[in-house]
Ligand binder design. Structure first.
Ligand SMILES: NC(=O)c1ccc[n+]([C@@H]2O[C@H](COP(=O)([O-])OP(=O)(O)OC[C@H]3O[C@@H](n4cnc5c(N)ncnc54)[C@H](OP(=O)(O)O)[C@@H]3O)[C@@H](O)[C@H]2O)c1
Length: 279
């Protein structure tokens, strides 16, 4: 028997809610009806309607599709520089206060008293793990320790960010969420860092960042052999190399196909060939 406090385990697929604007409510509910149990969002109104995600969840709860305990909910803290004017915190407050305010607002948007994962949307600098990041991360750890998040993550990070973060003695993240380019060996260095430390690598833009892969004859061959689409093969590959993939599809058939990719059979040779395809 599940209770509100026996949280969903780490999922094998995330449904992403970016760029859906006024379709956010309906698409969140649809994704749950189609079988997704893990939702990614952010308290960043510029790209996400987190309150709409909460409305979609509420609709699914009312319809008896899922309960809160069935779900893995992930949201993010986004620095002011990644936001537009619709801020979920007082920008003149210290960063630690901004984190607390953003988290309180996320919980209100999502109609819950905890998230399963809380992610730093991106470090303050494209190059270094800065003192600001250290302050924000410490505030996120405090949120987690207070029970408002189960697990923590970082996003849009390089290998160097992760090394510098580790060198500060900071607690390691449970998740790294990155855009995954095949031409960089599918983010090989960051994935290796994660693998060595049992950090779960979440890959986004697996389709949109890699059009050359989707068009490649190798993918066409594997897809024909598996009775699947090239997009499904990319997701199956991602799972096979240990990624937790995200999809932001707005299409019910694609939702089904993306989840069904988990059941495709793919050989170790095929995984190796895709992994070395473009970098
Ligand atoms: N941390 C960050 O900074 C960050 C940045 C970007 C995204 N994200 C997260 O990642 C999520 C996903 O973003 P994304 O960039 O991976 O995806 P996305 O931009 O939402 O786009 C997915 C694309 O793939 C297509 N697609 C999906 N499944 C398909 C299938 N089976 N066959 C053919 N086409 C298919 C979709 O088209 P249809 O809609 O027609 O299916 C859409 O064009 C976002 O919603 C967000 O939650 C995070």
């Amino acid at each position: 028997m599940t209770t509100a406090r026996s949280p969903a385990p780490v999922p094998d697929f995330l449904y992403g809610t970016a760029w859906k604007e006024d379709r956010t409510v309906a698409l969140t509910e649809l994704a749950l009806r189609m079988g997704f149990r893990a939702i990614d969002t952010a308290n960043q109104r510029r790209h996400y309607v987190e309150a709409g995600v909460g409305e979609g969840l509420a609709a699914a709860y009312r319809a008896g599709v899922v309960t809160r305990a069935d779900l893995f909910l992930q949201t993010k803290f986004t620095y002011q520089r990644g936001q537009d004017h619709r801020l979920p915190f007082d920008p003149s407050a210290p960063l630690a206060t901004q984190v607390a305010q953003s988290m309180a607002s996320s919980l209100e948007h999502l109609g819950t008293d905890y998230v399963d994962s809380y992610v730093l949307h991106g470090p303050a600098s494209g190059y270094d793990w800065t003192d600001d990041d250290a302050e924000v991360w410490a505030a996120m750890v405090k949120e987690r320790d207070a029970g408002r998040a189960r697990l923590l993550g970082v996003s849009n990070v390089s290998f160097e960010h992760l090394e510098q973060m580790a060198a500060t003695g900071a607690e390691a993240p449970a998740f790294v969420q990155n855009r995954c380019f095949a031409r960089f060996g599918w983010d090989r260095d960051v994935r290796a860092f994660c693998h060595d430390r049992r950090i779960v690598y979440q890959g986004f833009s697996l389709l949109t960042a890699n059009p050359e892969v989707l068009r490649h004859p190798l993918l066409a061959r594997i897809a024909a052999r598996a009775g699947a689409t090239p997009a499904q093969v990319v997701f199956r590959f991602a799972l096979a190399v240990g990624m937790l993939p995200l999809t932001g599809t707005t299409n019910a058939e694609h939702m089904k196909q993306d989840l069904a990719s988990r059941d495709l059979s793919i050989s170790a040779d095929e995984v190796g060939a895709i992994e070395s395809l473009a970098g």
